[in-house]
Design a protein around this ligand. Structure first.
Ligand SMILES: [Fe+2]
Length: 369
């Protein structure tokens, strides 16, 4: 049995941003974004000019957004009595906006909901997501990843009230993404697609989204990385990211994401790169429990065998200039218990098609180091 519920209106295509004013009312708007990229690209000015409404800019969304940043955003929203939240940027900006919209409507601190399990009782404020990277898929799901930087905690939060009401996916906004960001966000989309495909919670519906996203990433990510102005490759990557975002909404992720969360919380690696490194070892491990699925992933990568698929994954990391193992960011075997301790809180481990024990996870982590 499976169900499909995706209440976000997805507006997709080149110049889709021109449609934004259709979805905005008269009230004040909190525009949540990062510090530099969108200002430099002139997108903030464009949005402010486009909307007659009063726009308050909160440009503090940082990589791995913390609950403290969300709380600061809520303060600014309250001071200005904003009625709508727009998240403009990568996953960090969209996730910050999602949580601001939830906390502003429900009170308290973001910490209460993400780390203390408090249930929101009211619907979030209206929310529009505008992705400017192609990776997290946050525009098409009910997830937000929030950190506690003091305690080195990073949690995936999910709730039906943080679906964006509208997501405007304009591939032109991704043209200014530097190659490094293209690579790191693109492999995050790939991890979403692969993990949701072999997840125990997958369904014929989610598998369709996952498999197409895997193909699109292998066919387009290197092109977008090498030629940032290739609008066709950019459009295909925006589509892949969105599809994979829907796929994880339906089927969840498995082991690569909790491992990445644990490594990024303690060592200097990006979320996407941290998710990519575990995948070859997990493909090899999961082939016993889900041989047909692992072969289908390999085929979607352009290979004819599982071994070829594993090689394609490793090759992709190399051509994109990404790190290929965790020792490159200082992880050593002595850190394995810490990484297992921090990733084992995640229910995503249970979605892995082959059971993971402390012992098998230790063996896998040794291969990833
Ligand atoms: Fe991710």
């Amino acid at each position: 049995m499976w169900s499909y519920y995706m209440p976000a209106k997805l507006v997709f295509g080149v110049d889709a941003l021109d449609e934004l004013s259709k979805y905005v009312g008269d009230g004040k708007i909190l525009l949540v974004t990062g510090r530099h990229a969108m200002k430099k690209a002139g997108v903030i000015d464009r949005i402010v000019d486009m909307l007659d409404a009063n726009v308050v800019v909160f440009d503090r969304a940082e990589e791995n957004p913390s609950y403290q940043t969300v709380d600061k955003g809520v303060e600014l929203l309250d001071e200005n009595r904003c009625e709508l939240v727009i998240g403009l940027g990568g996953g960090s900006a969209m996730d910050t906006a999602k949580m601001i919209a939830l906390v502003a409507a429900n009170g308290g601190s973001c910490y209460d909901y993400v780390f203390d399990g408090k249930e929101p009782s009211k619907p979030s404020l209206p929310l529009i997501a505008i992705p400017t990277t192609s990776g997290t898929g946050s525009e098409a799901n009910r997830f937000a990843v929030i950190s506690d930087n003091e305690r080195h905690w990073k949690r995936g939060f999910h709730h039906e009230s943080i679906y964006p009401d509208v997501s405007i996916i304009d591939p032109k906004l991704t043209l200014t993404m530097p190659p490094k960001v293209t690579a790191n966000s693109g492999v995050d989309a790939l991890a979403h697609a692969i993990e949701s495909y072999w997840s125990k919670k997958s369904s014929p519906m989610s598998e369709m989204f996952s498999l197409r996203a895997i193909e699109l990433v292998f066919q387009n990510l290197e092109k977008a990385y090498r030629n940032p102005n290739d609008l066709e490759a950019r459009t295909n990557m925006s589509f892949a990211s969105m599809l994979a975002g829907i796929a994880i909404n339906l089927a969840g992720v498995t082991a690569a994401h909790p491992i990445s969360h644990a490594v990024t919380a303690h060592f200097g690696i990006t979320h996407g790169n941290g998710c990519l490194i575990p995948l070859p070892a997990l493909m090899d491990y999961n082939k016993e429990a889900a041989p047909e699925k692992v072969l289908a992933i390999a085929r979607a990568s352009g290979a004819s065998s599982i071994e070829g698929g594993i090689r394609n994954l490793k090759k992709l990391a190399e051509v994109l200039g990404l790190k290929t193992c965790f020792s490159e960011v200082g992880v050593a075997e002595k850190d394995i218990p810490l990484l297992i301790g921090e990733s084992s809180y995640s229910s995503s481990l249970k979605n892995n098609p082959r059971e993971l024990t402390e012992e098998t996870l230790t063996g896998l982590l040794k291969k990833m180091i």
